[in-house]
Design a protein around this ligand. Structure first.
Ligand code: SF4
Length: 445
């Protein structure tokens, strides 16, 4: 059971020394109870208190880390059911499978393709995190040589998929500097898998078709000395998996039910590639910690990563670009000047269209606290004074000879006031960014 703030307070030194960064021990105790502080922040806590508080202050969903060279992939340690309550912390890991029974050429080709699944979207690099080696051959040599090939040639974190403890052991011996996740322990093999996971210090996936069985298995595995687990509630039906994922999350966060206090994983396999992505997106939204798929075409993976990027932003912090003057192409003093807001999505959409127009230009990203054009205008974060200030800060007049400013068509209503404030000619651009290429070609020639 979780301890209350007052119960925790009774176990602290009560010196109010502030070394933990909080004004009093009581304030620290309250934050510990709400899982907003870490016990290690107090350097003076006694060993006895550590023993009692250590377990009680542990996060309701255990953090698991996978190592791939210098890169660390993290999953778990979530604190809320709904994103708007705070934010989701560790983005759902996206993994793609590779079978160990593919012949040499096909294996290398798929490995190269999977390893290259990264894209740039709204100024951020997004990509998959994990490659999952499947022991489809059931053969020990094939599995370990496929694992070695992946470990040596991929920058991604690794999952090893085999029911055989012996095959898993031989693959683990060739993982190099990776710390893989073992998939999986089930009712039949959990003792051997748990011993191996403990010996090799690797996290373990626990699989069962019912939540009661999962809870039972995690307790048994914990008693064998393994504390890092991920849950695989394996059902073929979307409805059942979704229900299972939601129940696990609720049990961990709302009831602090330790046997299910772990992150989750799902493996999505469909004959139809579109269906696979739809299912994976559904699990990613609620509440899979890792989603593993078979498909690996860029056009299939990109939408899934886009969904993830949108869900795992902090809802209290709009995604922003630095408010300043941006140069697109070889812009010079005669190039057009457009302004937009510093909301990332808006800015990069405009930038993409200006690039597509092949007209070198300047874009002034006006600081509207990361809100879009209409939102900023209606909230008075975008007006003639704000634009004038942004132009002065960016020293626009030192870089541009002409005095023409292209404004978003959605705020054409600002024209007169802007003209008066700046003394510039105001040109009303298109309402949609997609109209920018033809607009620039026709007006700026
Ligand atoms: S560091 Fe420890 S003793 Fe000092 S105020 Fe914080 S909780 Fe209290």
């Amino acid at each position: 059971m979780a301890l209350t703030g007052l119960e925790i307070f009774k176990l602290l030194p009560k010196t109010n020394c502030k070394k933990c960064g909080r004004p009093t021990c009581l304030a620290f105790a309250m934050q510990l109870a709400q899982k907003k502080a870490n016990l290690t922040d107090c350097p003076d806590v006694s060993e006895e208190a550590k023993n009692v508080l250590g377990a009680a202050s542990a996060p309701p969903i255990k953090l698991i880390t996978l190592k791939a060279g210098e890169k660390i992939f993290k999953v778990g340690e979530e604190t809320v059911l709904y994103r708007h309550e705070e934010k989701f912390h560790n983005p759902t890991g996206v993994g793609v499978t590779i079978r160990d029974d593919l012949d040499g050429g096909a294996f290398s080709e798929r490995l190269k393709k999977i390893d290259g699944l990264k894209f740039t979207r709204v100024g951020t690099e997004i990509g998959i995190d994990i490659i999952a080696v499947q022991n489809m051959s059931k053969n020990v040599e094939k599995f370990s040589s496929a694992t070695k090939m992946v470990a040596d040639n991929s920058h991604l974190a690794l999952i090893l998929m085999s029911d055989s403890v012996e095959n898993m052991r031989s693959a683990l011996d060739v993982c190099g500097n990776k710390r893989p996740l073992l998939w999986s322990a089930n009712a039949q093999n959990y003792e051997g898998m748990a011993r191996l996971a403990k010996e090799k210090n690797c996290p373990l996936i626990v699989s069962a078709p019912r939540l009661e069985e999962l809870a039972d298995l995690t307790e048994k595995i914990k008693s064998l000395g393994v504390s890092e687990m991920i849950l695989d509630y394996n059902s073929a039906r979307l409805k059942d998996v979704l229900q299972g994922l939601t129940k696990v999350r609720r049990a961990a966060l709302k009831k602090n039910f330790r046997p299910l206090g772990f992150s989750t994983i799902t493996y999505v396999k469909e004959n139809d590639g579109y269906q696979e992505i739809i299912k994976a997106s559904t699990y990613l939204a609620k509440y899979a910690g890792i989603v593993v798929l078979d498909v690996c075409e860029p056009w299939q993976i990109m939408p899934l990563l886009t969904v993830r990027q949108n869900i795992f932003t902090d809802p209290q912090k709009p995604v922003q670009v630095e408010p300043k003057l941006y140069q697109v192409g070889q812009a010079n003093e005669n190039s057009p000047l457009l302004f937009t807001t510093n909301f990332s999505l808006t800015y990069y959409t405009v930038e993409g269209e200006v690039e597509a127009s092949r007209t070198p230009a300047y874009i002034l990203a006006v600081d509207t606290e990361g809100t879009s054009v209409l939102t900023a205008y209606s909230g008075d974060k975008l007006n003639e004074k704000v634009v004038a200030k942004a132009m002065a800060n960016a020293k626009v007049e030192e870089k541009i000879k002409h005095k023409k400013l292209i404004i978003p068509g959605l705020v054409a209503v600002m024209t007169a006031k802007l003209k008066e404030e700046l003394g510039w000619e105001i040109l009303v651009g298109p309402k949609e960014a997609s109209g920018i290429p033809s607009y620039l070609r026709s007006t700026w020639s």
